[in-house]
Design a protein. Structure first.
Ligand code: HEC
Ligand code: HEC
Length: 194
């Protein structure tokens, strides 16, 4: 499983032109570390509290980058800053590999067509909120307030990213809420790895 994942990610990383991750994470080590995360994110990455995002089945590179950002203070959040302070870069890579090993699938609500998905987002986040990039998150089934808050954080500069800062710069509150609702209305299912 570990080997298959490495090959799959390696191939995609080359195809997408992204740098390979600095550390290769061990999902079995990560499984133990996930005990620290499960009250909020679940053991399989399906969030147990509304404030926390679903992280199961997201790209390892994205998870690892966010955890390192919390650890270094580049991204701030009172809970996640505390959680990551005690983790080494290797442990962060391991727990990212664990959460990435699950499979996330998304289903649009009945009667809703993917053609109505927000044009400005689908190339990277998919019509159903499953990321098409190694460094972008899934948005499927996240609580609308989480998506709303992150877009506003990009817009006001609290969270920075060259693509997302630019995309969110001119969005109104109303547009942000409509985008958040689109992805929040998708049903996310996470099938846990054995
Ligand atoms: C006390 C609850 C809590 C615990 C424990 C916790 N988290 Fe979080 N986590 C959160 C919240 C809340 C957020 C949203 C932060 C924000 O709003 O910016 C978050 C965000 C994240 C993100 C960013 C996801 C994204 O889509 O950008 C990752 C990755 C993450 N957590 C991983 C972990 C891992 C791995 C652990 C265990 C080592 C862990 N968390 C433990 C509450 C928690
Ligand atoms: C060209 C690719 C691209 C496009 C287009 C794009 N995004 Fe993103 N998005 C990203 C990347 C990459 C990240 C990760 C940012 C980071 O590392 O902090 C991201 C992060 C996010 C996040 C943070 C989610 C989380 O889990 O914390 C939200 C919300 C988001 N995007 C919403 C949108 C919406 C809504 C649109 C359309 C208006 C959009 N994005 C268009 C690439 C894109």
């Amino acid at each position: 499983m570990r080997r298959a994942l490495t090959i799959a990610f390696g191939g995609l990383a080359l195809a997408g032109g992204f740098a390979a991750p600095a550390l290769s994470g061990d999902p079995e080590e990560g499984r133990k570390i996930a005990n620290m995360c499960q009250t909020c994110h679940g053991k399989d990455g399906y969030a147990r509290i509304p404030l926390a995002p679903h992280i199961g089945g997201e790209p390892k590179d994205y998870l690892e980058a966010q955890l390192m950002a919390f650890k270094t203070g580049a991204r701030e959040h009172e809970m996640m800053s505390v959680v990551t302070a005690s983790l080494s870069a290797q442990q962060i890579s391991d727990v990212s590999a664990w959460y990435a090993a699950h499979t996330a699938t998304a289903t649009l609500p009945d009667g809703v067509s993917s053609e109505d998905a927000p044009d400005a987002c689908v190339s990277c986040h998919g019509a159903d909120g499953i990321s098409t990039l190694l460094d972008a998150p899934n948005l499927a089934g996240e609580v609308n307030i989480y998506i709303d808050t992150q877009l506003k954080a990009f817009r006001n500069g609290v969270r920075k990213h060259e693509i997302m800062s630019e995309i969110s710069a001119d969005l109104t509150d109303k547009e942000i809420r409509a985008l958040a609702d689109w992805y929040a209305n998708v049903t996310l299912e996470i099938v846990a790895v054995e």
